[in-house]
Design a protein around this ligand. Structure first.
Ligand SMILES: C[S@@+](CC[C@H](N)C(=O)[O-])C[C@H]1O[C@@H](n2cnc3c(N)ncnc32)[C@H](O)[C@@H]1O
Length: 195
């Protein structure tokens, strides 16, 4: 990582959570059903939420597995005032993130499995590889159950996109450049199909 990027990461981390948030945290299940906690880059968050999607005033944003909260940091850093709800199954991580973001009244962090406490009023879901196929199937059914909210999913690096090859859903895939590694990541924007 170049020094400029590191400095930018530190600046945004520190502005919002008053500490540096780099580094990976191991999955709580040894990667059986879930992935390690690795943060979406701030540059990718800019692409995802401000270039490829445009946040609307009434959007209620849910981050599925918010980890250390860098995505939420970026939204706050950009002045987003929408309701933002982060769910994190790693209780220790969730509690730290919750404490550091407590001063932002539009943010709630829930500790636990989102599948066991699913939000009923949200419409914009962000996922960066929280879990694998089995949990993604269950997640899809939870989304289907709140279809009256017209949910949109922004699924970054969508390793389980096959789950949404389902007549009830539709998606577009966009490229996100990662110049440092010399390849592109994908972003899938998934919606419920009008039936
Ligand atoms: C790859 S990390 C992404 C972190 C953050 N979303 C980001 O993009 O910066 C995925 C996170 O999802 C969490 N997670 C996995 N399954 C979950 C579940 N069922 N409910 C809530 N969090 C979950 C993991 O513990 C991990 O912190």
């Amino acid at each position: 990582m170049n020094l400029l990027k590191l400095a930018k990461n530190f600046w945004i981390d520190y502005s919002i959570q008053r500490t540096f948030l780099g580094g990976r945290v191991e999955s709580i299940d040894g990667r059986e059903m879930m992935y390690d906690s690795v943060s979406t880059g701030y540059n990718h968050t800019e692409f995802i939420f401000f270039k490829y999607y445009s946040i609307q005033p009434n959007d209620v944003i849910v981050e599925v597995g918010c980890g250390k909260g860098r995505v939420i940091n970026y939204l706050l850093y950009k002045g987003i005032k929408n309701k933002i709800i982060g769910y994190e199954i790693n209780v220790r991580l969730a509690n730290l993130t919750k404490k550091r973001l407590a001063r932002f009244k539009n943010v709630d962090i829930h500790s636990g499995n989102i599948l066991e406490n699913f939000p009923s009023e949200a419409n914009l879901f962000y996922l960066f590889n929280p879990f694998k196929e089995g949990m993604m199937e269950a997640f899809k059914e939870k989304i289907w159950a709140i279809r009256n909210c017209n949910p949109t999913m922004l699924y970054f690096n969508p390793t389980c996109l096959d789950v949404f090859n389902d007549a009830r859903f539709t998606y577009n895939i966009l490229n996100l450049p990662i110049p440092f590694f010399g390849f592109d990541y994908k972003l899938a924007i998934i919606n419920i199909k009008e039936l």
